[in-house]
Design a binder for this molecule. Sequence first.
Ligand SMILES: Nc1ncnc2c1ncn2[C@@H]1O[C@H](COP(=O)(O)OP(=O)(O)O)[C@@H](O)[C@H]1O
Ligand SMILES: [Mg+2]
Length: 408
Amino acid sequence: MAQQIALGVDIGTSHTKLVAGYVDSSDTLNVIAHVSGPSEGVKKGSIANLEAASECVSVVLDEFKRQCEVRPDICLSSIDGTSIKSTNGSGSVAIEGSGLVSETDVRRAIDASAALTLKSSDAVLHLIPRAFTLDDYSGIESPLGMIGSRLSVDTHIMIVSQAAASSRVRAFDRARLRVAGLVAHGIASAEGVLGNDERDLGVCLVDIGAGTTNLVVYKGSGIVHSSTIALGGANITNDLAIGLGIHFSAAEKLKITLSDLSRFDNADQEMFADIDLARSLSDADLSHVGDIVKARLSEIFELIVSDLRDAGVHRHIPAGLVITGGTANIVGLAQFASEVTGYRCTCATPRRVLRSVNVSAKPEYSSAAGLVRIAFSDKALSTVREIDTTQPRGLARRARSVVRRLLS
Ligand SMILES: Nc1ncnc2c1ncn2[C@@H]1O[C@H](COP(=O)(O)OP(=O)(O)O)[C@@H](O)[C@H]1O
Ligand SMILES: [Mg+2]
């Protein structure tokens, strides 16, 4: 049978990233193509101009088709956290029949945990089980096949606005690409970079993109907290533009050229091969660059710490912060983040990648790489819902059946 191929497409605030490939039996992500193109019509992770965003999908898709002639079997897309509300819930059901816990009982318990009063404009994006309890027996990861009379489950619930979800799907429809499911950006990145050991221990995934910073905290076998801070690398660029009196595009070029906290601190004109850029910067102005960059980064990491404290999970992450997303390209960031937050911090790129140095070395591909991984993981996929934008509450069905059909 021909190898099944999944596409992960991440429409970010600054770039649209596509990764195509498959995960083999040794848990390695085999990349057959990857593309990055500029995003248009996306503000702080949300689609603000459907036509423009759709055009960006078409551009990366055309490039993918140019690179390889493979027809993908499934496409998953990420959706940014600014349109997501997260909470924890719990559900409980009586076991039907003989008392043997079936897949249906598990599903009913999980669904019961989302018996929230949703606004008609909202839909459940993810319902992720954390731990099950069978009668008085707690801490169960999978209760299938066990015997009892009452099954309870604690879940992490992510709710998305219908408008945000459907505009994302429509952006793909217009580019003639059917997207089987949407995945919260932070979860996609976590799947792309985190191993199971870190998650079991307790870890916070931090994806710092251009417009947003997405957080997901894992502990034991599930997610205990997720949230989004509406700041990212574009705010650093903006501060540089304002502080140095230059255009955003020049400030972005300056930031990417230096891309290292110690070089930001010691910036001088000779570091820039681009004559126009060097001319527009005086050494006096450049002496502020390090302070400007560090002030914004400090703010982002301080907000992360207060978010973790507010959620009551700040003491539950011995594996610390794992930082990814394009801003994690900055050399020295992990050390800086450790100093600001007091946590152990590391920067991470997509894990166990074969055949693409460009994906394995670049943290901005974490989310798209994670989407491909999810398509090949029954467990991760069982939390992704199939999308039907023609139906009100159109996210209600799960993607699993579709994907099973395509991938088995
Ligand atoms: N080498 C680098 N040094 C500093 N910042 C970088 C570097 N490469 C990318 N970035 C920043 O990362 C952000 C883009 O990351 P990405 O994860 O693609 O964001 P998004 O998903 O929001 O489009 C931009 O703000 C960009 O300036
Ligand atoms: Mg992103």
